[in-house]
Design a protein around this ligand. Structure first.
Ligand code: CO
Length: 160
């Protein structure tokens, strides 16, 4: 499967994705394989299908030791608040401090269609929320104040 990473000025990144339908969309293995390749090659810890031009509600997160595939993910409950730096493969070298709930209770389907429910905290919680946002066409640059975004972009420019 040929897919490629879309970059920040691509309007497709701002579109809402559709549910993965196991009956009509079939087996997601090929897509997941192609996404995993892109994520590892670019050194990321999360990647959503719409970042690769595929408008489906599916993302991957993790590393070479543990990779989680989340299909039709939902955030059922969220609690607390945390601020931390985030990056995004579609926004190379841009680092933004984003405020998000701390702990989330989530639900998603695995590759075989089984439904998983779990509670996430820390980095996995943050990545899950960042990637879920992509499925709704929300990129992290809209989660910070305009001034903070401008300052982060200026910093990136100075470093490049
Ligand atoms: Co991202």
């Amino acid at each position: 499967m040929e897919i490629k990473l879309l970059k920040e000025d691509d309007p497709q990144l701002r579109e809402v994705s559709e549910a993965w339908n196991f009956e009509t969309d079939g087996d997601p293995t090929e897509l997941v394989k192609a996404m995993t390749k892109i994520m590892f090659e670019s050194g990321g810890i999360g990647l959503a299908a719409p970042q690769c031009g595929v408008k489906k509600r599916i993302f991957i997160m993790g590393n070479t030791e543990k990779l989680i595939v989340c299909i039709n993910p939902e955030i059922i409950e969220s609690e607390g608040e945390s601020r931390d730096q985030e990056g995004c493969l579609s926004f190379p070298k841009l680092w933004l401090t984003v405020k998000r709930p701390d702990v989330v209770k989530v639900k998603y389907q695995q590759m075989n269609g089984d439904v998983i429910e779990q509670e996430l905290g820390g980095l996995p919680s943050r990545v899950f929320q960042h990637e879920s946002d992509h499925l709704d066409g929300i990129c992290f640059d809209t989660k910070v104040a305009k001034l903070s975004l401008q300052m982060a972009k200026d910093r990136r420019k100075r470093k490049s």
